[in-house]
Each structure stands twice: as C-alpha cells, then as structure tokens.
Write a protein that binds this ligand. Sequence first.
Ligand SMILES: Nc1ncnc2c1ncn2[C@@H]1O[C@H](COP(=O)(O)OP(=O)(O)O)[C@@H](O)[C@H]1O
Ligand SMILES: N[C@@H](CCOP(=O)(O)O)C(=O)O
Length: 324
Amino acid sequence: MNPTKVCAKVPASTANLGPGFDSLGMALNLYSWIEMDVAEKTVIHLHGGEMQGIPTDKSNLIYKVAQDVFRRAGVSYPELEISMHSEIPLTRGLGSSASAIVGAMAAANALIGSPLSDDELFQMAAAMEKHPDNVGASLFGGLIVSYWDGERAEYIRIEPEESLEIMVAIPRFQLATEKARNVLPKELSMGDAVFNIGHSSLLVAAFATGRYDMIAKAMKDAVHQPYRAALIPGMERILGEATDHGALGAALSGAGPTVLALVDSKAGKQQELESFLLEAFRSAQVEADIRLLKPCRSGVQCWNVTPGNRTLIESIQGETVQNP
Ligand SMILES: Nc1ncnc2c1ncn2[C@@H]1O[C@H](COP(=O)(O)OP(=O)(O)O)[C@@H](O)[C@H]1O
Ligand SMILES: N[C@@H](CCOP(=O)(O)O)C(=O)O
C-alpha cells in the first residue's frame, strides 16, 4: 500500500535555562509545520518569512533526516514532496534545527506507518544534534531534563506551571550554534563544575515542586553564558538586572543570541520587563523583537492528510500564534 501524505507540527524550544547546559530544554508555543509525501521527483516548497537560505534540493536537512529514518526502518523512498512553513527564527537560539530534525523524523516515520518508537527517534535526534535538550523538548513537549552520553540519551519530563510565561528578546542578528560552542573552554575548574551542579539541581527541583521563588537564585551559570557574553552585547546586563524588572529569572536561550526571562503571568510585570529588555539591548546597539510565549505541553504531532483532514496550509491559517 502506498504511504498516505502526512503533516507534522513541531514546537520550538529553549535550551539550558541557564545552568542546565546541554541538559534542560523547554518546548515553546512557536511552531514549524512539515508536510511530506512520496513523489516521482523530489520537490521542496518553503512557506513563510523564516526560511531564507534554506536549500530546496536533496541537501535540505528535512530531506536528509527523512532518508535516515527510511534507512533505519529498512524502506526506500528516495523521492519526496516536502512543504514546510516555520515561524521559528533561524540561528537565534530557539531550536530551529532541533525542531527541523524532530519534525522531519516524526513526519517520515508517520509516512511509513510509524515503525520506529519515540525512544528510537529520541536516540537518533540526540545523536544528530549532539545534545538532547532541544530535541527532547520538541519531541516530548513540556520541560525536559536530559543527558546524552555519546551512546544513549535519557530524559524525564516535568509539567510547567499554568502561570509560567516566557518573554524572549530576539536580537535581529544570527548566531550559529556551532560558532557559540566554539568559544567555550575545553576544560572547567572544579569550582565552576560544582557551581553548575548545585544551581542546575536546584532549578530542576524548583520546577518540579513549583518553588518558583527559587528560580532567580538557581538560574545562574558558570559554564557557558560568561564565555558567550562577548558575542551578545547587552546580555550580561539583562541577566544581572531582569529580576529587578519582574522576571522570575533570566538566561541565554540555547546558544543565543535570544535572551529569555521567565514570568509569572499573575504578577502583571510584563510591560515593565518588555521595556527593560528593549532598553538594555538598545543601549548596547542591538535591535531586538519581543515575544511573550507559553510553554508548549505537547511535543511533535502528526496526522494523515486525507480528504477532510487539515493540510499544511489550513493548519497554518488556523493555528499560528498571535503575539503582541
Ligand atoms: N526547517 C529547516 N529546514 C532545513 N534546515 C533548517 C531548518 N531549520 C533550521 N535549519 C538549519 O539549522 C540551522 C540553524 O541551526 P542552529 O545554528 O543550531 O540554530 P538554532 O537551532 O538555534 O536556530 C539553519 O541555519 C539551517 O541550516
Ligand atoms: N545546549 C546547546 C543548545 C543550543 O541551542 P540552540 O537553540 O542555540 O541550537 C548549547 O548551548 O550549545
């Protein structure tokens, strides 16, 4: 039987949350949609303003990941029709590459009847990204605590509190994750390792028990943010002062340049925080855009595109997030 066309909707993510380098990730309500079908000849359609520079031939990441899934499952579909729409900005620290990998894996697996388990997809995705934080969040949703030891990835999911919001300040410049990893030291002092173990552990416990009063103290890092600060003017001031303007805590989102502030929606401090973030970046000559996001509770979702079911374009029209 021929495969039926499928559509996948996959959330963006923010990784690290400060001290949880390569370990903590949270899914966000910003999405990419990927529609996939077998075809006579490969064709890739890109929709939306966030896809500049993405190739439309077989070098496309989505195409290559789909072929990895088929190879693993022992089937062959070398020609595909792929349509993609994304509202996740590229190379800004919001996990666009992880969402592309997870969306492509989930769509390709669904296209061939889902022979691979979620765990197999997680192992493949973690090995591809080389860290499990973003891919875990995009695959499973919520807040993910994870590790990858080079062979296996493991995770536990934590449900974020209803009142949690994430305000992101997205600078209008790109910073490739690879570049932001290359500035990190190869070795750390025992003092910095102990600092991060304590803070990351406390942060996870704070999320798990709803002790959001501890986030400001716990969301501190000595492993990656200090080294990345030179690449993101304005970041250090934001991380130092955001809690004075209503944030529960602040961190670099993934490898940056986006900075995130966690917010209690009930505190009514969003306006003050937004003004502070914009002013702090502007003082450092950085133009940035603010978005107020929520954690996304579900991970990647797939459905068959049969008559009467949502197509890619119908999904986009019905579901893109509206932001102030
Ligand atoms: N939908 C997509 N299709 C193909 N490639 C993508 C897609 N989304 C992201 N990528 C690739 O991932 C790169 C960005 O990854 P990265 O530097 O890790 O930044 P981030 O994941 O923080 O956005 C892009 O430059 C592009 O090569
Ligand atoms: N743990 C990684 C996370 C990279 O996230 P991205 O969204 O910037 O790709 C790191 O900090 O390098």
